[in-house]
Design a protein around this ligand. Structure first.
Ligand code: MG
Length: 261
């Protein structure tokens, strides 16, 4: 029943999405290089938008439901959807950078969390590394014949095994011509449950993890999402295609960014 609403992409369309994803990865590299101590979050936003447009793309998030920025930039206890502005980055911040690129009508979506200035502490390091690893665990489940529940379960298992919490109110999604398509992609699940994965499905997998309890709330700007207990958070995201040859990461920031290579 799900196959009627999940848009499957042809191999040619996947190549077009990969071209969008290459611009995305380049934009992420620009973001990470700009997000140094002393920079404002708006400066990161401006540099990324410039790069995307110079490469023929459009920043997908800009104007989405009225969102004012080109990127979402969220630090420390802020999980996602932070609005770029005058806030100055400090060494030791854990900073989530989330970017959407539309190129040739195809959307790519991805995120990383970095230690600003390369400075961190043991909890932040473990949180970021665990969240990133949970994303790679999930990607490894993106095989024809597996189910979405296998993908979510892989995230949940890694995160909870490390003593952290999967946020349940925010989830990943199908992606293609639209930023948000079917299916919904939770970061938890029962193995073997949910839609069966088919060649041509493209999903944005995005574990969002709190160091403390899983609850969240939305701030006064109606965008920024925070951990309810004020604990540190991390978020990593790939746009991934399911193919007959296995998972294909379409937003390969891990090839370009030293900190997470
Ligand atoms: Mg997303």
């Amino acid at each position: 029943m799900y196959s009627e609403v999940i848009n499957l992409k042809t191999p040619e369309q996947l190549d077009q999405m990969a071209a969008s994803g290459q611009v995305h990865a380049g934009a992420m590299q620009v973001a990470v290089e700009t997000a140094r101590p002393g920079a404002t979050t708006k400066e990161v936003d401006t540099a990324v938008e410039k790069f995307i447009r110079e490469n023929g793309g459009i920043p997908t998030f800009k104007g989405f439901r009225g969102f004012p920025g080109s990127i979402c930039i969220s630090n420390n206890d802020m999980v996602v959807h932070g609005i770029p502005g005058p806030e100055v980055l400090e060494a030791g911040d854990t900073l989530c950078i989330d970017i959407g690129v539309t190129l040739g009508g195809w959307v790519s979506d991805g995120a990383v969390t970095i230690p600003v200035g390369g400075e961190s502490n043991a909890v932040a390091d473990s949180l970021m590394e665990t969240t990133k690893q949970s994303l790679f665990d999930a990607v490894d489940q993106c095989r024809v014949g597996n189910h979405l529940g296998d993908v979510g379960h892989a995230v949940e298992k890694r995160v909870e095994g490390a003593g952290f919490s999967v946020i349940r109110e925010l989830i990943g999604h199908g992606v293609g011509r639209q930023m948000h398509e079917e299916p919904q992609v939770p970061n938890y699940g029962v193995p073997g449950s949910g839609p069966e994965l088919q060649a041509g499905m493209v999903i944005a997998i995005e574990p969002m993890v709190n160091a403390g309890k899983p609850e969240i709330f939305v701030g006064d700007d109606n965008w920024s999402v925070y951990s309810a207990d004020g604990s540190l958070t991390a978020h990593f995201e790939f746009t991934v295609a399911i193919t007959e040859d296995g998972p294909r990461i379409l937003t390969p920031w891990h090839d370009l960014i030293d900190v997470w290579r």
